[in-house]
Design a protein around this ligand. Structure first.
Ligand code: RFL
Length: 382
């Protein structure tokens, strides 16, 4: 049983189905809701490669856009980091998460898979043997449960508190996340470091763009009328060379918490946790959906070995294998977060940390080994 039809659950279900391993997916929300929920958009190189190998990348390769450079701004200046060149040809695919989710649902259902929409899992028992998952679809007995139900899901709470350890860090700033019906004002993602805080311009489609503004923790979106959002974006993204920002109707604004959070281990008995159910990463570096899909890849491979070769080593190693990537991504995201934000510390210390940020940006601009390391992490070369 797979609980949750997000990227983790749907990739797992599809890959298992192609291998002839049966699964059923329970999803709390409606199909319409999850196919229109705008979240991530930057798909790492290794994720694209894996989805293509599994025959799941047709949509993202035809309708998505390939990106292999990004831009940094500070003090009115800007420079590009050609991370494609620095990694010998790796690239992101920009493709909205809800489009990928819709593609994965279609592929799973076309292949004969079953998804019960609007059917939350309500209890998981029997994890030491054959688990039973209760939901509106009845009680389902299965070999394994994949908990792919996100941060607020049920799966993690089925694990006794003394069997799991949480590592977390709440960061001292938030992001106001904005979606607007505005064509992109750039061909590359822009990260701007400004004395008043970070601003980002992300790409989604030819008519929709996403922007981020550093804001206080738990700020209220009501404090951000549309005019203020545009004036802050103009100010924080401004360059000395006449660059212009396109505006359009704002369709969504939300304040995101910058939270880093990992549970260890990611398995209890025959329950495996995947994606946001097991770890939350800040949006800096855009790794959340990629980690969710990487977990699905590890579990799908382990389950294939279990069913096809009666080899359970992959299942035993599942948690450690996933956590190695998770912590690498946490480190990168944390580094990137602190590269781009105005630190919330006393003024003298702020100046010191700002000088460190400028030193890092100078290294990135120079294309040194430091920039090569950044490029590999950023594009998700492996
Ligand atoms: P999801 O996508 O949250 O899916 C979990 C699903 O489980 C369902 N569910 C249940 N179903 C049945 N029974 C229950 N009891 C259930 N409880 C919950 C939910 O309805 C849901 O459909 O988890 P998954 O698969 O682990 O995927 C994680 C990603 O969605 C997440 O990490 C990313 O969206 C994070 N993220 C980004 N990641 C990137 O890789 N690149 C990005 O550019 C990026 N940008 C973002 C993001 C997340 C954002 N928000 C709002 C959280 C930008 C934003 C704004």
């Amino acid at each position: 049983v797979i609980i949750g039809a997000g990227p983790a659950g749907l990739v797992l279900g599809n890959v298992l189905r192609r291998a002839g391993i049966g699964s059923v997916i329970l999803e709390r929300s409606s199909r319409e809701h999850i196919e229109s929920r705008g979240r991530a958009g930057l798909i790492d190189h290794h994720t694209v490669q894996y989805l293509a190998e599994q025959g799941l990348a047709d949509g993202l390769l035809t309708r998505g856009a390939r990106h292999d450079s990004c831009e940094f701004r500070f003090g009115g200046n800007r420079f590009s980091v050609p991370y494609g060149k620095l990694t010998d040809g790796c690239a992101h695919q920009v493709y909205p998460q809800q489009f990928l989710v819709a593609d994965l649902i279609e592929s799973y259902l076309d292949g004969g898979g079953t998804i019960h929409f609007e059917t939350p899992a309500t209890a998981i028992t029997g994890l030491d043997g054959r688990p039973v998952v209760d939901s509106g679809a009845g009680a389902i007995t299965c070999d394994f449960v994949a908990g792919c139900d996100g941060f607020h899901g049920l799966s993690r709470s089925a694990i006794p508190a003394d069997k799991i350890r949480v590592y977390e860090r709440a960061h001292e700033f938030g992001w106001l996340a904005i979606l607007a019906e505005a064509p992109p004002s750039t061909t590359e993602i822009i990260y701007a470091l400004h004395p008043d805080g970070f601003a980002g311009h992300m790409l989604r489609t030819a008519t929709v763009s996403r922007y981020y503004l550093q804001c206080p923790v738990a700020d209220d979106p009501a404090n951000w009328p549309d005019e203020l959002i545009w004036s802050e974006l103009h100010r924080r993204l401004a360059t000395n060379d006449g660059w212009r920002l396109n505006e359009g109707p704002i369709t969504e604004k939300a304040v995101l918490e910058m939270r880093s959070w990992v549970t260890e281990p990611m398995r209890y008995g025959n329950l495996f946790l995947l994606g946001d159910a097991a770890h939350i990463i800040t949006p800096a570096g855009a790794k959340g959906m990629n980690l969710a899909i990487a977990d699905a890849r590890v579990l799908a491979s382990a389950l294939r070995s279990h069913y096809e070769q009666r080899d359970d080593q992959g299942l035993r190693d599942y948690s450690a294998t996933c956590l190695e990537r998770v912590w690498r991504a946490q480190e990168f995201s944390h580094w990137m977060l602190h590269l781009l934000h105005r630190p919330q510390v006393p003024t003298a210390e702020q100046e010191f940390l700002h000088r460190l940020q400028l030193a890092r940006l100078t290294e990135l601009a120079a294309g040194t080994e430091f920039a090569v390391g950044f490029a590999h992490n950023y594009v998700g070369a492996r």
